[in-house]
Design a protein around this ligand. Sequence first.
Ligand SMILES: NC(=O)c1ccc[n+]([C@@H]2O[C@H](COP(=O)([O-])OP(=O)(O)OC[C@H]3O[C@@H](n4cnc5c(N)ncnc54)[C@H](OP(=O)(O)O)[C@@H]3O)[C@@H](O)[C@H]2O)c1
Length: 187
Amino acid sequence: MPIIDIHGYAIVSDNDCIADEAGRTPDVLRNDADWAYFQSELNRSALTVLGRLGHEAHPNPKGRLRMILSSSATGLERRADGWWWNPEALPWGEAIAAVLPEGGRVAVPGGRRVFDLFLGIGYDAFHLTRAEGVVVPNGVTVFSACREGLSAEAMLSERGLTPGDRRILDPAGPVSLAIWRQGGRNS
Ligand SMILES: NC(=O)c1ccc[n+]([C@@H]2O[C@H](COP(=O)([O-])OP(=O)(O)OC[C@H]3O[C@@H](n4cnc5c(N)ncnc54)[C@H](OP(=O)(O)O)[C@@H]3O)[C@@H](O)[C@H]2O)c1
């Protein structure tokens, strides 16, 4: 059975937001050190799975293999810019078996509905970057449940992930990173 290793990536504010009220990434959630870390992680991944808006907003100059979630896909479709997948039409197991038959590492950079979907599918790891001291009023939260007052950490913990050491990516802020892993592999 090929091994699929699913890694989520998000930079969030103190109130667990990934975007502002209008659905855009505010400047306070853009950080060069986090971006460099994220790019290095994408280089280690066989596939990036993201929502259609994120796909359209971020060109793919390195030609990395992408899977784009969209209700416009009939199931799983190979288009010029990547694999298009509609999870309502085809289960994850079948989609990923077609895209990565040998297995491999999968990077999941959101947005919110995609992060929610993979909470159900199961993250092997989640790289949670926090822009400390930043609050985004009425923003889009990383997981839907965060709108009800549950923290991102509580959601990951509920799914059996445990955090590694807090690492400072950028002393300004600071911007910190904790990698949450399944099954207590941090301990
Ligand atoms: N801070 C962070 O770490 C972070 C991470 C990710 C995104 N963001 C920011 O958040 C904003 C974009 O995120 P977003 O949540 O608005 O958009 P998104 O996830 O990039 O794209 C949303 C679209 O993806 C498709 N989609 C997502 N989940 C689906 C599902 N389960 N089934 C079928 N289709 C699905 C739908 O496309 P169709 O309309 O074609 O059906 C939906 O309209 C941007 O500002 C982005 O930069 C920030």
